[in-house]
Design a binder for this molecule. Structure first.
Ligand code: SF4
Length: 287
């Protein structure tokens, strides 16, 4: 490990562990450690969200995943977290608990050709550490953070279904309610109804939360017509999803639009959360 200081909720630098695919994140809010799996080591994503915090983001997919290296890194890192001195050396007291493994990297994880194999590999390593055996430990979650764009591919859906059997959970991106809003926010040409169909399939395969990032653009919050469309989309899936994670701008964008983006007031986000809660859904807000 090359960590120099305690990790904090704001230190999400994926180079910090000195490993190729694995990086640690300490979340003060979750009071624990998350192990991140970054498959997009070339900073390539099939979307280009204007709030994205990935440096030198490019369009594309990751290079072939070196499965042996990934397995070795995850095993070594887990060993150090569970049986070594990682927690004592790098994590403040009170946060020294392993919470989850998260597919959350510098691009869309499901765009890796080897994604189905990676899911099986992560499951195998976690089972080796008894981390998925609820009779021995409280099982940790395997979380897939995805933009959802490939969740209509049979192989990806099958992997997500497999994740459901390993205490898995999906966070599926929905930032806007109209084609224009999605184009403005995520820089993709996407039919909102197709996206909702993917979300439904995903939620039927594995417990799924919507994740939404909202911010002001050129000083203006999203227009009411945009919000109504967004709420109408959520209304279509409220029976199958677990809830909504609503985010403000936690960290500065690293895209060219960065100067045009600003945080919305906490009360504004809370107002949106209340409108979603009125549909009977759980909403977690992070400003
Ligand atoms: S989907 Fe995620 S990684 Fe891809 S551009 Fe958007 S925020 Fe960045």
């Amino acid at each position: 490990m090359t960590l120099q200081s305690y990790l904090t909720a704001f230190d999400h630098n994926r180079d910090v562990s000195g490993m190729k695919y694995i990086y640690p994140v300490v979340s003060r809010r979750a009071r624990g450690v998350s192990i991140g799996v970054n498959l997009n080591i070339n900073n390539a994503c099939n979307w280009r969200c204007i709030y994205c915090q990935v440096p030198n983001l490019t369009r594309g997919t990751p290079p072939p995943i070196e499965l042996e290296i990934l397995e070795q890194e995850l095993s070594v890192f887990l060993g150090n977290v569970l049986h070594g001195d990682f927690m004592e050396r790098y994590v403040a007291e009170g946060n020294r608990q392993l919470k989850d493994i998260a597919f959350s990297g510098n691009g869309e994880p499901t765009s890796a050709k080897e994604f189905p194999q990676v899911v099986l590999l992560v499951e195998k390593v976690l089972r080796n550490f008894n981390l998925l055996d609820s009779s021995l430990h409280s099982p940790i979650k395997i979380r897939l953070i995805t933009n959802g764009s490939l969740l209509d591919k049979p192989a990806i859906l099958e992997s997500v279904r497999h994740l459901a059997g390993c205490n898995g959970e999906v966070w599926f991106k929905l930032d806007a309610g109209t084609r224009d809003g999605i184009a403005r926010t995520n820089d993709v040409n996407l039919n909102p109804q197709s996206h909702i169909q993917r979300l439904k399939k995903c939620a039927e395969a594995c417990p799924t939360f919507i994740q939404t990032c909202m911010f002001a653009l050129d000083g203006q919050p999203p227009q009411e017509i945009e919000i109504l469309s967004y709420l109408a989309l959520i209304n279509q899936v409220k029976q199958v999803i677990q809830g909504v994670h609503l985010y403000g701008l936690a960290r500065p964008s690293l895209q060219t639009e960065a100067d045009r983006l600003s945080r919305l007031p906490a009360e504004w986000l809370e107002g949106i959360a209340q409108r979603i809660r009125h549909m009977g859904l759980i909403v977690h807000v992070s400003v």
